[in-house]
Design a protein around this ligand. Structure first.
Ligand code: IPE
Ligand code: IPE
Ligand code: MG
Length: 243
């Protein structure tokens, strides 16, 4: 079975899951974090090399202050509790997103987890946190423009590979498979450039109900996809079609 090198997950539906149980949205986020923990281990054990989890978008800052603070607290607690486990599982942790907006105690916890796992050679786990792809692309354009203005680069030097290597995701390869839970079928400002040739897998399952077997279903579906990148495969009988 062909395994994606990079799986990215839009973990959606925590709020609706809690609502169905007549509990506050935060209850869903707590359960969602437990699920994330399981799925991280599952990906690591299946030999996936890169896993990006969309944990908090730039737009999520506009949620009620109370929900935002609780999400930050859950994140900090997760990192404090889990870092040792990440090391044990040989998982290297990093983040993409605008860290300037993250509360200091959380960014400290992030820095600590990154440092503690820097030597790990197994799964590379990336949290997209305070992340927005348009913002990332805007920053990339700005950075390249500044290098041009400084005379370091000529406009002719700007190509896809330069843009790629200036994005915050570099050097992680583009996601092969993007999973979104909860029935929504959109990217919500996630990895817009990087998703050019990603395979998408949408499921109605709410993130707090997502299990290892749902992950396996997604991986199985991925292995059946034919990726053509705009070309024709050797199976396509071109001559026959032109006759
Ligand atoms: C995803 O669940 C978690 C975050 C965006 C932080 P939601 O909180 O978006 O849950 P729904 O979509 O409202 O059910
Ligand atoms: C996307 O989910 C962000 C995360 C899962 C962290 P949202 O729930 O914020 O997205 P929309 O608002 O439904 O597009
Ligand atoms: Mg949502």
């Amino acid at each position: 079975m062909s395994l994606p090198k990079h799986v990215a997950i839009i973990m959606d539906g925590n709020g609706r899951w809690a609502q169905l149980k007549r509990r506050p949205r935060t209850f869903g986020h707590i359960k969602g974090t437990r699920v994330a923990k399981k799925i991280i281990t599952a990906c690591s054990r299946r030999g996936i090399k890169n896993l990006t989890l969309y944990a908090f978008s730039t737009e999520n800052w506009f949620r009620p202050q109370e929900e935002v603070s609780l999400l930050m607290m859950i994140l900090r607690r997760y990192l404090k509790r889990e870092t040792e486990n990440l090391v044990k599982e040989n998982i290297r942790f990093s983040v993409i997103g605008d860290m300037a907006l993250i509360p200091l105690d959380v960014s400290d916890a992030i820095a600590h987890s990154m440092e503690a796992t820097a030597h790990c050679t197994g799964l590379h786990l990336v949290f997209a946190l305070s992340y927005g792809s348009r913002q990332e692309i805007t920053n990339t354009v700005k950075e390249i423009a500044m290098r041009v203005a400084a005379g370091e680069l000529a406009p002719e030097d700007i190509d896809e590979s330069l843009i790629n290597s200036t994005l915050s995701t570099y050097p992680t390869p583009d996601p092969d498979l993007i999973i979104r839970t909860s029935g929504e079928q959109r990217l919500s400002n996630f990895l817009l450039w990087q998703a050019a040739y990603s395979e998408f897998y949408f499921t109605e399952v709410l993130w707090p109900n997502f299990t290892e077997s749902h992950l396996d279903e997604a991986l199985h579906a991925f292995s059946k996809r034919q990726r053509r990148y705009g070309k024709v495969t050797t199976n396509d009988n071109v001559e026959k079609l032109s006759n």
